[in-house]
Design a protein. Structure first.
Length: 232
């Protein structure tokens, strides 16, 4: 990996752009305003180490952290109930309008569906009570503990592994799919006579993005990219 990386040169950015155009870049895709900045931010973060600290977690640690947050939120709900009705009203007066639903009824229906508990909407349309905010936070924690996490690599056992390439490829696959509308794929051609046996809709774009970040091992990117793309 490059020791420092401040962004792509004009030539490198041109190669990335061309790889996307070859893959059928959407006509309305915002290359300069959105796509290139997103790719650059991702790769700069990789070199600065911002993708490392919490990119890998053990399953048990994830469960423990969510359990701690869930316990404390449940304690907050109990403390709220003990305030008494009029202090609760005063808290509700401080709550800001949330745009997560078009009405209190819709918000209550969403939270009720997620939690399995009946939630009554506040009578003030568009404004949500403090208790509802707590219920929403609890619901988010419960769902987060159960749903797959696209932001980290979960490891069950063994020594910590470096999953930087995998995380980078996963993020680039999302960017590629949004920019082209095409499913990102990486293939290995067992019968090719060319030096590079890898191809697929996503492969050239991934190499164009990652080769400047891994200049010393750019010629070895094929296998890591393919493996990471299949672990998505």
């Amino acid at each position: 990996m490059a020791k420092t990386f401040d962004g792509y040169t004009k030539q490198q950015a041109k190669a990335i752009h061309q790889a996307l155009k070859d893959a059928n870049l959407k006509q309305n895709a915002d290359w300069r305003g959105r796509i290139l900045p997103d790719i650059t931010t991702l790769t700069v973060d990789l070199c600065e180490g911002n993708a490392h600290p919490d990119s890998l977690m053990y399953t048990g640690e994830v469960k423990r952290r969510f359990a701690v947050l869930k316990t404390r939120l449940e304690a907050a709900v109990q403390a709220y109930e003990q305030l008494g009705e009029r202090l609760q009203w005063h808290l509700d007066d401080q709550c800001q309008i949330w745009d997560i639903a078009s009405s209190g009824e819709e918000w209550a229906a969403l939270v009720s569906k997620q939690t399995g508990q009946h939630i009554c909407p506040t009578p003030i349309t568009g404004r949500y009570s403090f208790r509802q905010l707590l219920d929403s936070a609890l619901s988010a924690v419960r769902l987060a503990a159960e749903q797959p996490n696209p932001h980290i690599y979960l490891q069950t056992t063994g020594a910590p592994k470096n999953h930087v390439t995998r995380l980078a490829v996963n993020a680039l696959m999302d960017i590629f799919e949004k920019a082209t509308g095409i499913e990102p794929k990486v293939n290995y051609n067992y019968h090719t006579k060319t030096e590079d046996p890898y191809d697929g809709t996503f492969y050239k774009f991934a190499v164009a993005c990652l080769a400047p970040v891994f200049p010393d091992t750019a010629y070895q990117l094929g296998s890591p990219i393919r493996i990471a793309s299949r672990q998505r």
